[in-house]
Design a binder for this molecule. Structure first.
Ligand SMILES: [Zn+2]
Length: 276
């Protein structure tokens, strides 16, 4: 990072803009991973650390929120409106984040520092996907969600299963779209009480989550609204969605009209016949 700039008020949540710019300038972006909806960019050890020993892990953390976009641009190109972060890289391009609703987040620090500052919410385990496994060495972030652990989380909850799946502290990474898609794939009614779902259906739901996320990753995202990839392109998964946004349209399995309800304040689409 040759030069850094963050806007205020913007999407930076930690530390202060001055500290952020000073701390990230001169650092190298080593590798990129993800936990749930949080992108994690590992930085090389801070200069002050120097010498021997266990260098402190530091991360640039980015959450796109509702309308955030992260992409590369030529530094000479005028930044579009609602650009909140610009990092001029040694490759000559600029990494920029735009977000007109500002629900996105940018953080910089070690996992311990960020959690002490209350800047990074506690996240549950990451569902099994083939995409970007979280490197084990990134302390403080838990790995793949096994069927066994998934079952334990469901058995302990009296909430509607969709409300549980949306809770990032229980399972990280599922938003409204993918909860509905996973429940449909599993034949599970989103309003079903989590603890009442039996082993066979828990297994199908565990598989349904992985399949719904894998489809989205393969098709480069669901651009039902504002989402664009790092090159500014729309994803294609919105055309592959089985229930989300399809209220009243025929169920892909039985042909009857899909129904709509509300769970945890979110619009929820399901098939009354195929999902019990
Ligand atoms: Zn159906």
């Amino acid at each position: 990072v040759r030069r850094a700039w963050v806007g205020t008020p913007g999407v930076l949540r930690y530390p202060t803009p001055e500290q952020f710019e000073a701390r990230i300038t001169g650092r190298r972006l080593l590798r990129v991973g993800r936990h749930g909806k949080f992108m994690l960019v590992e930085l090389d050890p801070p200069r002050a650390a120097g010498g021997e020993g266990d260098a402190q892990l530091e991360l640039l953390v980015v959450h796109l929120g509702m309308t955030g976009r992260l992409g590369l641009a030529e530094p000479e190109a005028p930044p579009p409106r609602h650009t909140h972060m610009r990092l001029l890289l040694s490759s000559g391009v600029e990494l920029r984040m735009q977000d007109y609703r500002r629900f996105g987040r940018v953080l910089l620090g070690s996992p311990a520092e960020l959690s002490a500052a209350g800047a990074l919410p506690r996240l549950g385990p990451e569902p099994v996907t083939a995409a970007q496994p979280n490197p084990e060495s990134w302390r403080g972030f838990r790995g793949d969600l096994s069927l066994r652990e998934f079952s334990r989380i469901l058995r302990r909850s009296r909430r509607p299963v969709k409300a549980l799946l949306l809770d990032q502290g229980k399972i990280a990474g599922l938003g409204n779209i993918y909860c509905d898609e996973a429940c449909f794939r599993a034949g599970v009614r989103p309003t079903a009480v989590a603890a009442t779902i039996g082993p066979a259906r828990r297994r199908r739901l565990h598989e349904g989550i992985a399949a719904a996320l894998a489809s989205a990753v393969d098709l480069r995202g669901s651009s039902v609204d504002d989402y664009r990839d790092g090159f500014g392109e729309k994803g294609r998964n919105q055309h592959a969605l089985l229930v989300y946004g399809r209220t009243g349209q025929p169920c892909a399995r039985c042909g009857r009209p899909l129904a709509k309800t509300v769970v945890a304040g979110r619009t929820t689409v399901f098939c009354p016949r195929c999902q019990r």
